[in-house]
Ligand binder design. Sequence first.
Ligand SMILES: Nc1ncnc2c1ncn2[C@@H]1O[C@H](COP(=O)(O)OP(=O)(O)OP(=O)(O)O)[C@@H](O)[C@H]1O
Length: 882
Amino acid sequence: MFRVERFTGNEIVETASGSYAQNRKARQESKYKTDDRSSSSRQWRNISSENYGDVSNDNNRRHNEPSDSWREKKNRKKRWAEEIEREIDAKRGSTDPQQPMLSSQNSSESQLGNKLSQSGSGTKKRSRGGRKEKVKKLKAKEEFNANWLPVAENSSRSIINDEEPAIDTYIDIGKKSDVVGIDFDLENESEEQQLESSIFPFASIITSDKEKGDEYQHRKIDEKDDSVSSDLHRPENMKNRAISKLRQPNLQSQGLPHWLANPTKIPATLATRSFESSIDNPVYNLSKHAQTRLAALNITHLFPVQQVVLPKLLISRYSSSPRTPPGDLLVSSATGSGKTLAYVLPILDYLISNPATATTGQTTATARVIPRLRALIVVPTRDLAIQVKTTLEQIAKGSTVRIGVVTGSMSFSAEQEMLIHSGGRDVGTERLAVVSSLLTEKNVMDGDDSALCSKIDILVATPGRLTDHMKGTTGFTLRHLRFLVLDEADKLLVQDYQGWLNMVLKGTKGDFLNSDESIRDEDNDGIASHSKARYDRYLASGCATRIENHVDSHENSSIGVEWRSLGFKIDQLGMPVHNIVSLRHEHIEQLNDGNPRNINGIYTIKHHTPLQKLLFSATLTRNPEKIASLQLTNPTYIAVSSSLGLPSFATDTDTKYNMDENDDSELTEDRYNAPPTLKEHMIVVNSTANKPLMLLHLLFNLRLTGILIFTRSVESAHRLAALIECVAEILAEDAEAMLVTAVTARAITSDLSTVDRKRVVTKFSKTEITALVCSDVMARGMDLGQSVKGVVNYDVPSSAGGVKTYVHRVGRTARAGREGEAWSLVEEKEARWFKKEVLELIHRANGKTVARVKVSESDISGILRTVYEKALQRLSSIVKGK
Ligand SMILES: Nc1ncnc2c1ncn2[C@@H]1O[C@H](COP(=O)(O)OP(=O)(O)OP(=O)(O)O)[C@@H](O)[C@H]1O
C-alpha cells in the first residue's frame, strides 16, 4: 500500500492511497503524464497518485500549462540534469578520477539537514514572487557558506548552466513555494544573485527532506515502488545525484591536490598516558639516548602529534632507500600540543644514533665522523629560534651533535665563526677539514691547505639572516641537508624575506653557489663534473684512506647496501656520501675496475641526499600556490585535532577562501584549533575610552596574574605597560585603596634587544612580573611554560589574518594540557566581526563556546577610575617633562 500526501506550506491538503500491484501498470503508463503541473517535485512526489486522477487542487497549481508545454519543459530539465552530471563527471575526471571521498562527506547531507532544520525553525512559506524575494535574509550565512561555498564558489557557476532557465528548473523541481529554511542576508546584489543561482536550487530539496517530515515519509513510500525508484533518469533523481556529487566537497576542483585536500586526521584523544604513548614503546623507535634525555626532562609519554610524527620520521631513517626517498610531511596541530619535539626528536635521533645497531633496538650515542649541516630549522622570530635551539640542546645533551643559531642577534662575523671551521687541521678535525676543502675546491686548486667545513650539524635560523649567510659566508652550504624544517610554516611562507625559500631550495640542490662554490661546473642535470687533476691533488693530500676507513665501517647496513648497489658509498649514517667523498670512491673504483662513469678523466656524481621537508604550524596553510612553491616530494598532510575528537579540519566542506595573516589572497583552511583546556571570555567594551579601565578591572579587581596582554602595536604595548605600572604605584601609595597592588607590568616587544627580552621573560617566569604587555612578536611559538595563566587580547587582532593571530595569541596559555584563560576586550564596533570571523571559525570546529562577560559600570568606577585618571595625569606630566 502507499499513501500520497500533498503539501502546501505546512499542512497536508490531499491524500490518496492504493495498492502498488493494482496500479503499477497504470502508473508506468502515466508516468510524468500529468495535466498542468509545472512543478516537477509535485510530479514525482505524487507520481503514484496519478492513477487516481489529479488529486491536486487549483490552489497548488502554479501555472495552468498545457501538457505539451509541460512535456517540453520536462525534457529540458532532463537534458539539463544530464548536462550537469556530465559536467560534474568531466570536472572530477579532469582533476583526479581516483579521488576518494572525503571523510566528512557521508554525513554532510544529514549535517546540513540538521543545520537547516535548526536554522530554519522559523520556517516561512514564501510567496511565488520574484526570485530576489526568495533569497532574502541569510540567517545562517556562515553555516551555509561552510557547507556549500567550497562547491558553490568554484564549481556551481560552471556546473549550473549559465542559462538562467537552469536555475528556474531546479527551483521548480524543488517546489518553489516550499523553499524555506535558509535565510539570505546579502547586502551585495551580485553576491546575492550568485548565491541565489548557485545555492538556492538545492535548498528546496533539503527543505523537502528535512523540514517536511511527512513529505519525506511519502517519498520513502514512493520509492518502494520499483517502477518509480528504479528510474534513474528521471530528472529529479538525476538532480539528487547531481546534488549529492556537489555536496561531496571537491577541494581538488579548487586546485588542491588529493593529499592536501585529504589530510590524515588524527584525534587528539590518542592514548595520552598509556603504554601506547610511552617513550619506550618500540613503535616510536626512539634511541636510548633520546629516551634517557626525555626522562631527564620528565617526559615519559608522547603527545598525540608526536605519536603520529615520530614513527613516520624515525622509520624513514632506515628506509630511505634511493628508490623510495622519504616523503615530506606537513603537520597541523594546536598550539602547545608539542610540535617542537615532534621534529626535534627524529632529527636528533637520526644524527645521534648508529643506524647499524638501531634496527636491533640497541641504539647508542655515537660520535659523528663527518660534520655537515644535516638539518636546517627555519623559524620566523629570533626568540623562537633561541627557544628551539634550547630544546635541541636539551635532547642532544651528551652527544657530539652541534647546534647553531643564526638570527642576527650576534654580529655577522661571530655567526660565521660559529658556522664554519676554517682552521684546517687542528683539534682533531683534520680529516674533516680536508673533506670540507673539497666542497670549496678553490682551496685545493690554489694549493691552499686551509679548509672550510661546517662546525655544526643543525642550524636554527631566521630567514633573513639565513640568506645573508648563503650569500656571504664562504663554505656555508645546504647541499647535505637531510631535514629542512619550517616551524610556523604559514607565517614563513607569507613573509618571503628576500625570496629566502627559493634560495634555500636551490641551496639544498647545490644550485645556489656562493662565491667559492661557483667554480664548480655543473651541467643541466645537476651533475657535477670535476677534473682529474683536482682529484689527484686531493688524493695526494693523503686523507682519502683515513676518511675511507670511517665510511667503510658503516657500509653494511641494509640501506647502505642498496645505495652501494647503485654505485654510491655511504656515510656513517647509512646515507650516500657525495661530493668529493663519492668522487674519491669513484676514482678508486676506476683504478680497480674501470668504472664506466669515469670518462676521459672526468668524474661525475649526482647529489642524492634524501632531503625531507617538514612543515609545522597550528594554522597551516593549504594554499596550493604556496604549497607548490615548496617543491614537495611525496607529501603527507597530518591534522591533529585539539578537542572533542573532532579533526583539526572540522569538515572538509568548511574550507573556504579566507584571509591569511598579512595576505589577503590566501586560500587557507578556515578551521583552527584552540587548546581544549582553554577557557575563553569576551568583554564587549562600549567605548574605546573604557578599554584601559576594563583591563585594570581584570588586573586589580579580578586579580589575574601571569598574564600576557597583546596590543596592536609596539607603542601601545609600552604605553599600556607604563599605565599599569603607574596605577600600581599610585595604589601602593594610597593606603586606603584596598586594592591589590602586587601588579608589575613590563612591555616585551621587538624593539627590545634579545637579551632584554630574555631578562623580562625570566622575571615573568619567576612571577616577579605579573603582566607582560606584548606585541605580536610573542604571539607565535613562544613557550613561557607554566607561568602563563592567561592571555588578554587588549586589542583584538586586526581583520587581515585575525583568526590566525587570535589562535596563536591565546595559544600562549593552556599549553601541554594545562588550564588557561583568554580574555578579549572587544569594542562594540568590532564585536560582530570578531564573533563571526574569529570566534565562530574556531569554536564551531571545536564545539566550544566563548563566555560573554558583562562588566558593570560600578566595577570600573569608584576608586579604580579615580586612580586611573590620576595615573593618566602623572604619565602626561612625565611625558611633558614636568
Ligand atoms: N610529550 C610531552 N610531555 C610533556 N610535555 C611536553 C611533551 N611534549 C612537549 N611538551 C611540552 O609542551 C609544551 C608545548 O610544546 P611546544 O612548544 O612544542 O608546542 P607547539 O605545538 O610547538 O606550540 P606552538 O604552536 O604554540 O608553537 C612545551 O613546554 C613542551 O616542553
